[in-house]
Design a protein around this ligand. Structure first.
Ligand SMILES: [Fe+2]
Length: 233
């Protein structure tokens, strides 16, 4: 398998790799983000906000910096890495197309991490089942295995509930996130969902969610599409 066909790890690993699990040790490369704050075409970027669980209106921490995001999430055992999706695909591409485009990378991760199954969620804003698909993940739940996702395209909002804090992670194309088993969380793809995510499972049956019955997810922000950076925060 050549490096040219692989997902390449971006610079966030340089800080995060000393601390925790890593999903590859190859193909280190740097992804640079440059934009003007006056440029309305500035690209949307991954963002982390941290709240007290009782105060959804006031983030205690907010950052668009992938290094800071990775470092803060590492504190709660979550792996966050910026990779490079090397084969552009549009949300709505068939799972077969996505699997074929990334087969080498999928095979490598399965071999490295012992995943038992892999699938693809690919959804465009006009998907006829978008409301039902969104609703499936909106309430607080956990899994008995790590939740591992690579965003091939688009974006979505992962929110984690850990030790009295709520970590809102806006995941964008090129993000890899691995949430440890038993971590309470929810996921919002928004009312006009647009993303492709490859999902990796260590259980052969794929996605199994255990819902807590709590309503905390309803009190925190829902997703309304990519956030444009407006400050250096
Ligand atoms: Fe989940």
């Amino acid at each position: 398998m050549g490096a040219s066909s692989s997902l390449r790890i971006a610079d966030t690993r340089r800080k995060a790799r000393a601390h925790g699990r890593s999903y590859s040790h190859e193909f280190l490369s740097r992804v640079c983000y440059s934009f003007s704050f006056n440029d309305t075409r500035a690209p949307a970027m991954s963002r982390l906000r941290i709240f007290d669980e009782n105060d959804p209106a006031t983030p205690e921490f907010a950052s668009f910096d992938p290094d800071f995001i990775a470092a803060e999430l590492f504190r709660i055992g979550v792996t966050f890495e910026r990779w490079k999706a090397t084969r552009p695909l549009a949300p709505g591409a068939s799972p077969e197309e996505v699997m074929a485009a990334y087969q080498d990378d999928i095979d490598r991760l399965v071999a490295e991490r012992g995943f038992k199954s892999v699938d693809v969620v690919s959804i465009a804003p006009d998907h006829p089942q978008r409301e039902a698909m969104r609703a499936k993940f909106l309430d607080e739940h956990y899994h008995k295995e790590d939740e591992v996702r690579f965003f091939v395209a688009g974006s979505g909002l992962f929110t984690l509930h850990v030790k009295g804090k709520v970590y809102e992670v806006e995941c964008m194309q090129d993000d890899l996130i691995a949430v440890p088993d038993s971590t309470l969380h929810w996921f919002d793809m928004g009312d006009e969902p647009s993303f492709i995510a490859i999902r990796f499972f260590t259980e052969p049956d794929g996605w199994i969610g255990h819902f807590t019955g709590e309503d905390i997810a309803k009190r925190f922000p829902r997703y309304h599409g990519p956030t444009q950076p407006t400050t250096t925060g």
